[in-house]
Design a protein around this ligand. Structure first.
Ligand code: UD1
Length: 362
């Protein structure tokens, strides 16, 4: 029996691994299947609202191992994950290390596995924003530079990998596991309790957690007040990430139409996205979900590693200049938002493809 480690550390990872585990469990029922997995939670995210709720709602089994690393600076967190994962692999090696996305856990575990000559498979390989000020971009570059098998979400990712010399035979264009999870759960989305009695479509949903947007108090205050003004008094529901909460607490003036709530579980959050007037965000994954649900999406960043959400989907890059927000929202109010299409292979079957390919690799 070959064992693959499935690494998950932070909130978006849980959404990406859930369908891969389901596909493995499905295949395990057949007698010719000779692969099993060990689920390794690094503990990068540890709050119930950032971790446990996702395991429960998405039916992810309890981790086989929890490295419990917790928070820290970039180097502290990355180093802690490396030390703990190396200890695990030295005691109980696996046959392949499967990492997803671009968080610190992704890069840290890839480095450890590859140095112990354990092959690495990267789900969501090849995406690039071209912005080295984002820790995620560094994680993408590091991980892809030592990955053996590249599972990609788009033709743009394939091109990026070819540019850095990855051979065609190691690139597997499979689609998007985050969208597998969305499609599997779309009929179960449910309103959070605080929405009872409200009509649909009468609110915006906002998420902000990138260090560049949220770590500076003055900057965050300017951004949220620009959003407050541009949304014309319509409610803006803002589930506040723990990182953002630290700064929000120091802000004097918050817009009157803002409703601050805790981070939401998966089904409630995506219910709100699906029924909102628009999403305003600095996340990457949310732009993909908004594209599939055909919901207008404004991204408060200067670049994106997911160009398909802009070229094919409903996403518009607003940039980080707060003055850009109003003119773009004016277009939405004028009913002038583009209609998007769903990118190729974002069809809910990506994880089955990945597992089928992994079977041939380990
Ligand atoms: C991380 C990822 C980011 C991803 C995001 C999703 C990296 C470099 N960044 O950013 O790509 O989009 O997760 O949320 O890996 N905290 C808690 N409770 C938790 C987790 C974090 O209170 O359960 C606090 C910590 O005090 C920490 C801060 O939030 O200082 C940031 O957490 P961290 O994991 O370092 O990065 P994120 O900003 O969440």
């Amino acid at each position: 029996m070959k064992i693959i480690d499935i690494i998950a550390g932070a909130r978006p990872n849980f959404i990406k691994i859930a369908p891969i585990i389901k596909s493995i469990e499905k295949r395990k029922k057949s007698s010719d299947f000779t692969m099993d997995y060990r689920l390794v939670h690094t503990g990068q995210h540890y709050d119930k609202k950032m971790s446990g709720d996702f395991f429960a709602q998405l039916g992810i089994p309890l981790p086989d191992v929890n490295l419990n690393v917790g928070s820290g600076t970039q180097a502290q967190q990355t180093a802690a994950i490396m030390v703990s994962y190396e200890e695990l692999l030295l005691k109980e090696p696996s046959d392949l290390c499967l990492v997803v996305g671009d968080v610190n856990s992704t890069a840290a575990c890839s480095i450890v596995a590859q140095k112990l000559c354990i092959p690495v498979a990267h789900v969501e390989a090849g995406i690039r924003a071209g912005d080295w000020s984002m820790p995620e971009e560094i994680n993408r570059i590091l991980t892809d530079s030592i990955t053996n098998y590249f599972f990609t979400t788009s033709k743009y990712a394939n091109e990026n990998l070819k540019k850095i010399g990855v051979s065609d035979k190691d690139i597997f264009f499979v689609g998007n596991t985050m969208i597998d999870t969305l499609i599997a759960n779309i009929d179960n989305l449910k309103p959070p309790e605080f929405m009872s009695g409200r009509k649909d479509d009468e609110y915006f949903i906002l998420t902000l957690h990138r260090p560049a947007n949220v770590d500076d108090v003055e900057n965050l205050e300017i951004v949220i007040n620009a959003i407050g003004e541009a949304t014309r008094g319509i409610d803006v529901i803002f589930p506040v990430h723990p990182r953002t909460l630290k700064t929000i607490k120091l802000i004097d003036k918050v817009p009157k139409n803002f409703i601050f709530v805790d981070p939401l579980p998966y089904l409630e959050f995506n219910f709100l996205v699906k029924n909102s007037k628009a999403v305003i965000t600095d996340s990457g994954g949310i732009t993909e979900e908004a594209t599939v649900m055909n919901v207008p999406c404004l991204t408060l960043r200067d670049s994106t590693e997911r160009p398909e959400t802009v070229i094919e989907g409903t996403n518009v890059l607003v940039g980080t200049n707060p003055d850009n927000i109003k003119p773009i929202l004016d277009k939405l109010f004028a009913g002038e938002w583009k209609k998007g299409t769903v990118p190729e292979l974002w069809d809910g079957k990506t994880s089955d493809r990945i597992v089928g390919i992994l079977e041939g690799l380990v």
